[in-house]
Design a protein around this ligand. Structure first.
Ligand SMILES: NC(=O)c1ccc[n+]([C@@H]2O[C@H](COP(=O)([O-])OP(=O)(O)OC[C@H]3O[C@@H](n4cnc5c(N)ncnc54)[C@H](O)[C@@H]3O)[C@@H](O)[C@H]2O)c1
Length: 256
């Protein structure tokens, strides 16, 4: 959105938060909150479980990039129930109280992770490409029914549901990004990641385009993935709606 440049990143001491703080264009004024300290002076220590502790960080913020939460796929339900769900709810609620205009919510591909047990997706993510007719591949998109694969995925489904509520009821513009795999090595580390990799450069483009997208975006769900030959997720929707066009592909890391 035009002139919507005051941005708060929750979970800013984490992997993606650090990438964003270091690489988002300087036209944005960035601040962050996290449980953990950071060498970056723009991050303040705060616990999103405590609504009174975080409220003032949302004052005069135009866009929240909501990354905070336990990011471990193997987190048990107790961790999701006691941390990720209230953290996400509190962030939406405080954003509403402070008239934040847009929230970019870090959802996850694990909202639809169980498709990976079904063909042809199972063949792709295990590298059995010879079994797949790629010309007939139906990419999973925002209209595919959700199929969470874990308590972590259930927690992210909750976040998308909260996003819909705050969008419809209070008019906050929300973009939910079902992020693929962002890792510190910035390349595929196993066979699945040839399908799921989101490179740091493409991540920055996706977040920048989400910040800058027109204000008529009410509620959208996009997958966040690079232009990988064997991706299983749709990129037509974010291309059409926010002009996200990834420029990198995991295939350059394939052994020749
Ligand atoms: N990295 C990926 O491949 C990937 C993929 C899909 C979705 N995501 C999601 O994107 C977000 C960022 O991912 P990441 O890889 O940077 O994860 P990360 O674990 O490196 O960072 C998450 C940050 O959230 C903070 N946090 C957790 N609970 C908090 C609380 N109660 N109060 C304040 N801060 C709290 C943590 O201290 C941590 O610094 C996460 O929500 C993650 O689930 C990441």
């Amino acid at each position: 959105m035009d002139n919507q440049n005051n941005i708060l990143i929750t979970g800013s001491s984490g992997l993606i938060g650090q990438i964003l703080l270091q690489n988002l264009p300087s036209k944005y004024t960035l601040s962050g909150i996290d449980l953990k300290t950071s060498s970056d002076s723009r991050t303040s220590v705060a616990n999103l479980l405590n609504i009174n502790e975080i409220n003032h960080y949302y004052t005069n913020i135009d866009t929240v990039i909501d990354l905070a939460g336990i990011s471990n796929l193997n987190a048990d339900w107790n961790q999701i129930y006691h941390n990720n769900i209230p953290v996400t709810y509190n962030s939406f609620e405080v954003a509403k109280q402070n008239n934040v205009k847009r929230i970019i919510y870090a959802s996850s591909n694990h909202v639809t992770g169980l498709y990976e047990l079904e063909t042809p997706y199972s063949d792709i993510i295990t590298g059995n490409y010879h079994k797949v007719d790629s010309s007939k591949l139906n990419h999973i998109n925002s209209t595919s029914k959700i199929k969470p694969d874990s308590p972590y995925g259930i927690g992210k489904s909750f976040g998308e549901s909260a996003a819909k509520y705050y969008s419809e009821k209070y008019g906050i513009s929300v973009i939910c990004l079902r992020i693929g795999t962002v890792n510190k090595f910035n390349k595929p580390m196993d066979i699945r990641q040839f399908a799921t990799l989101l490179t740091h450069r493409d991540l920055i483009q996706l977040i920048s385009k989400s910040i800058d997208a027109k204000s008529d975006i009410k509620y959208e769900v996009f997958y966040g993935v690079s232009n990988n030959k064997w991706r299983i997720w749709d990129l037509a929707e974010p291309a059409a709606k926010i002009s996200y066009k990834p420029t990198e592909s995991s295939e350059v890391y394939r052994d020749r």
